[in-house]
Structures are given as C-alpha cells and as structure tokens.
Design a protein around this ligand. Structure first.
Ligand code: DOR
Ligand code: ZN
Length: 402
C-alpha cells in the first residue's frame, strides 16, 4: 500500500490517501490537495497517420504531466475513423504505442460521422464514446455540411442512444467568408473569417436537431457569449445539451496574434477579450459543463507558415490543469468548480465510472512553463508563470512523480 499522508481533500479536510500496491511506502502529502484525475474529453493524438506531429508515446507523458489519466480521442486522423475496421485498427496501434511507453492511459474514441459510412454507426455503437460531427471543415476532410445527412446522423444517434459531439461552425457561411476575405494575409484575419456568427449559426442548428430527435448533444469548444446564451436557453428548454470550453478560449484572446502569430491559429478561432467574462459566468452557472484541451499539435514548421498555409490547432493537455489551478489561485474558480469541469461532469455526461485515479496538486507551487513532453516541441503556454501545479498523478494505482 502507498499512503499519501495528510493529504487535503477538495473540501479542505485532512486525510490519508491509500493507493493499493505491492509496494509499501508512506509519502508526506502535507500541503497537497487530492483531486480526481483529469478526464480530457477532447484530444487529437494524431494516430494513425500523423505521428510526425504527435503520437501516444509522447502525448501520454504530456497527459500525465497535466494530471490527466483519461482521454477521448478524435477521429480526424489519416485515415479518418469512419468504419468499424478502421476503429479496431486504430485501437490496436494505440495499444501498441501505450505498451511501448508503459503508460496504460485510459482512453475512448470518438467515431467520425461520414456521409458514405452512416451504416457503421450501429456497428460501433458500443465501442465508442460518441459520434463526432464536423459541421464545418477543420483539420482533415471530415465534414457533414448538408442538412439531409445532419438529420440522418441525429436521428440515428437518438435511435442508437449515441452522444453527438459537434464541431459547430457553419460550412456554407465559412466558405462565403473565405471568399470575401480571399486576400487575407494576417493571422488575425482568422478570427474575422471564422467569426462568432459562423459558430452561432451551427450551434442553433445542432440544438434544433437535438431537440427534434431527442438526441444527446455535446457542443465542443464553446468560445463565445452568444453560444453560451443559446445553450443556456436550450438547457432551460429541456434539450439534452452539454457544453465544453477549452483552455485557449477561456484564457487567450485575439490580442495574442501579435505575439504568437500562426501558433495561435485555431478552430474555432480565438475571440476578442469581451467573451472571457461570459465563459467564466457560463462555468459558474453550469451552462458550460466540461473543459477539453482540444490538444491539436502541429509542428513548429507547419505553424510558422504564412496565413492560409498554417494549420489550425495548438497543444494543450499538459497545461490545462495548471492554467485552471492558477485561475483558482487568482480567485476566479473554486476547487470544486475545477474538479467539476475537469472530471466530475464528464463522468456523468459520458457515463464514466470513478476510476480511483488521482492527481495531487500543490496549490502554492509557482513555476514558469519552460518545456513540454509533446512531440511538437512547442506550447502556447511557454513562458507563463503559474501558481498551482500537479505533483503526483496516479493512474491505475501507479504513482507518477512529476
Ligand atoms: O484547431 C483545430 N485543430 N480545430 C479542429 O477542429 C481540429 C484540430 C486539429 O485536428 O488540428
Ligand atoms: Zn478538436
């Protein structure tokens, strides 16, 4: 048995955290707070096909560093995860990579909705955490941009009792705006082209489909006050809708283009600073249920290309919890809110049992981000000095000292 002596619980009580083990060890946990380990419901670990950006041997240590022991991986890989055969193949590759690194990270996969493979949904129903629908194009070529297919997906999802996770950006509107700003050369134009309206139109459509068919809807990376207002109203209306935000939409904004250029190009795009308060309020009010890192690494060389060539996405899993703990330190969120956002609500929404995985955090530790375990080798959080850091992550009774 490994005992973390004098740990502090989320409610501030002192207790001994006991971890079943063949090893006998007592670790002084005075001053450390025990939180449930992070469930990151939204990652792109790039396997298969884009392992030059990231793979599970590098992403898993990044997850552990961030106090995370469970991830849900997205299907926009090469090839995309759109058939049962591809799903089975992807799991085998992931398992081999996890085996190689000796980190038995917990994971589930999202299945990609694809017009020509909708028959596959019934086949994979019990093997995936949900269906991912790209309502607008992002990285890769998965997209469902016609109403007929969208209706088919929501209707099938309701029948099969599968959760639908949407990347809510309206493809038609985005295409029009790309045309209008065809000569855009500055990275900041990304936020003008993929503006709030583009997200709002898609969120409205997704909510109305969920309502019509009675499907469970999970809206990924909610980034604006307007989307939050729509989701709040839908929840009050009894629609089965859940909302996720990301650390970058919560903590970053359009002023970042000046310093981070292509590195902060992401879909949905960063918003102007006025949305920050609405996202914080959305979390306080329980309109936003979860936070997903949307860990989407690309190489430095890819990200440093000119606007138009530079792909969207940034890594995030390693520093999501430190950013939230730092926000707790600043008085923005309670610890209970951080635990709800990073674990408890995801358990409920996705039906995940209590894994008894833990992260012990030092709320008073201050450190500057100076390195990353991600294969991409860069982070938008680099150089930030944060207070509140994970020091032990416990996965399947194995203690990782950070
Ligand atoms: O910025 C993004 N990057 N948004 C997405 O929807 C996909 C992701 C990626 O896979 O690179
Ligand atoms: Zn994503």
């Amino acid at each position: 048995m490994i005992i973390f002596k004098n740990a502090t619980s989320l409610t501030g009580k002192t207790f001994d955290l006991e971890i079943p083990s063949t090893e006998d060890n007592v670790i002084d946990a005075t001053g450390l707070t025990a939180m449930p380990a992070v469930i990151d419901p939204h990652v792109h670990f790039r396997t298969p096909g884009m392992e030059y950006k990231e793979d599970w041997t590098t992403a898993s240590p990044a997850a552990i560093n961030g106090g995370c022991t469970t991830v849900f991986d997205m299907p926009n890989t090469l090839p995309p995860t759109v058939t049962e055969a591809l799903l089975v193949e992807k799991k085998a590759i992931i398992d081999a990579q996890l085996n190689e690194i000796g980190i038995p990270l917990r994971y589930q996969l999202f299945f990609g909705a694809d017009k020509s493979h909708l028959d596959q949904l019934a086949e994979v129903k019990d093997q995936v955490v949900g269906i991912k629908v790209f309502m607008g194009c992002s990285t890769g070529n998965l997209v469902i941009d016609d109403d007929e297919s969208l209706h088919a997906v929501f209707s099938l999802a309701a029948k099969l009792d599968m959760l639908v996770a949407v990347h809510a950006e309206d493809e038609e509107m985005m295409a029009e705006r790309k045309e209008k700003y065809f000569d855009a050369t500055s990275y900041a134009c990304h936020s003008t082209i993929r503006n709030v309206d583009v997200a709002v139109v898609a969120v409205k459509k997704a909510i109305s489909l969920a309502k019509e068919y009675g499907a469970r809807l999970y809206i990924l990376h909610v980034s604006s006050a307007e989307e939050i207002a729509l989701i709040k109203a839908a929840k009050l209306d009894g629609v089965k809708v859940f909302a996720e935000t990301t650390p970058h939409h919560l903590f970053f904004n359009t002023t970042m283009y000046d310093t981070h250029q292509g590195r902060c190009v992401v879909n949905p795009a960063l918003r102007d600073p006025s949305h920050h308060a609405a996202i914080v309020a959305g979390i306080h009010e329980g309109v936003i249920d979860t936070i997903g890192s949307d860990h989407a690494p690309h190489t430095k060389e890819e990200k440093d290309q000119a606007y138009g060539q530079c792909p969207s996405g940034m890594p995030g899993i390693e520093f999501m919890l430190p950013m939230l703990l730092n926000a707790h330190h600043q008085g923005i969120f309670s610890l209970a809110e951080v635990a709800a956002l990073t674990c408890m609500n995801a358990r409920q929404i996705f039906g995940v049992e209590d894994t008894k995985d833990w992260v012990l955090v030092d709320l008073n530790k201050t450190k500057t981000v100076d390195s990353t375990a991600s294969k991409c080798g860069w982070s938008p959080y680099m150089g930030l000095t944060l207070t509140g850091w994970p020091v032990y992550t416990i996965l399947r009774n194995t203690v990782f000292t950070l």
